[in-house]
Ligand binder design. Structure first.
Ligand code: GTP
Ligand code: MG
Length: 316
């Protein structure tokens, strides 16, 4: 737990610029905690800085990693401060205990054309509404890994809510990523944008597509999961630091060995399963109907609801 709120990244340490931070990361000193546990001597050797300056960095890292405890009442106070973004469908909101929560990661997985991206569009509009209207009066960072962001669709959804479509689009910052490296860097470097634009929703659509296409075969699995783990933890840190909601979409794979039940499993393995605060499974029903199942939630019971994907967006 960071005590000194101003020290979160290696770059926040005194005397550590981007080059030194990069050197630290590539040498295995990836976290503030790791730097706190190292000696000024090894740091000065590694970075070619004076032992005195190295000591300042180590001391600041130590200061930032003092253990901080909270009472249960403090935690409850914090929980009350958690914001919720309405999905636009009362039944869906109810399933989630009020809407998509800030300070956590909400994952929706399902087959292609099941509606994962559509939910993302709806949230990107709704988060901009005032709090009394189910929003957080905030902007959106949309990390688009599949080139499926559709401004026209946002326009229709916004207009259906009586909002100014141009303003709504102006508050959605779309980062198109064509490699996992770009995807990871976008999240790594998002802090400034989030602060400046009051971003309250970060969407990663989809989380796994690029990871799956770049890391092929068993041999690459370890590396893939390590990078994925770091990426998703960065997303969680953004959620915590800025009290924002993270919405990620995920693909599924068939699990033909399973004889009973639904044979689809989200991809990404334990890394994604453990990191997602809330997991939802969406599947097609008749026509525009979709069934959404709450698979995992810290405070809500499992359950199902039906939504419709209409020209005006997500409805009951
Ligand atoms: P993948 O990204 O391919 O995995 O799918 P996805 O789960 O993201 O699906 P997406 O959210 O793109 O949903 C696609 C479905 O939404 C379409 O098959 C349509 O049923 C519906 N849809 C998309 N655009 C519109 C629209 O403008 N109007 C209406 N009524 N439905 C739409
Ligand atoms: Mg999609």
């Amino acid at each position: 737990m960071a005590k000194d709120k101003s020290v979160k990244e290696l770059e926040d340490l005194p005397g550590i610029g981007p080059t030194s931070a990069e050197k630290l990361r590539s040498s295995g000193y990836a976290t503030i905690e790791r730097v706190a546990a190292s000696s000024p001597y090894e740091l000065s050797e590694l970075l070619g800085i004076s032992a005195e300056n190295a000591k300042k960095a180590v001391d600041a890292a130590k200061e930032a990693t003092n253990i901080e405890v909270q009472t249960g009442a403090d935690v409850l106070e914090r929980r009350k401060a958690i914001g919720k973004i309405s999905t636009g469908a009362a039944g869906f909101d109810e399933l989630l205990g009020g809407g998509v929560e800030t300070n956590g990661i909400t994952e929706v997985y399902g087959r292609f054309a099941s509606g994962k991206t559509q939910i993302g569009f709806q949230l990107a509009v709704n988060v901009q509404k005032s709090i009394d209207k189910g929003g957080l009066a905030g902007a959106v960072l949309f990390i688009d890994t599949e080139a499926t962001f559709r401004p026209e669709r946002i326009e229709s959804i916004a207009k259906a809510s009586g909002m100014n479509a141009k303003e709504v689009l102006d508050n959605i910052f779309v980062a198109r990523a064509t490699s996992t490296e770009q995807q990871i860097l976008t999240a790594e470097r998002a802090d400034k944008l989030i602060r400046e634009k009051n971003i309250k929703l970060v969407i990663v659509d989809s989380l796994m597509a690029l990871f799956r296409s770049e890391f092929i075969g068993r041999g690459a699995l370890n590396e893939r999961q390590q990078k994925l783990n770091a990426h998703i933890h960065k997303l969680q840190r953004l959620a915590d630091t800025y009290s924002l909601a993270v919405y990620i979409t995920n693909q599924v794979m068939d699990n033909p060995g399973l004889l009973f039940g639904d044979p689809t499993t989200p991809v990404g393995g334990n890394v994604v399963a453990h990191a997602a605060t809330t997991r939802l499974y969406i599947r097609k029903s008749k026509e525009e109907k979709r069934i959404i199942r709450l698979v995992d939630s810290p405070n809500m019971p499992e359950g199902e609801t039906v939504i419709k994907i209409t020209p005006d967006g997500i409805k009951d």
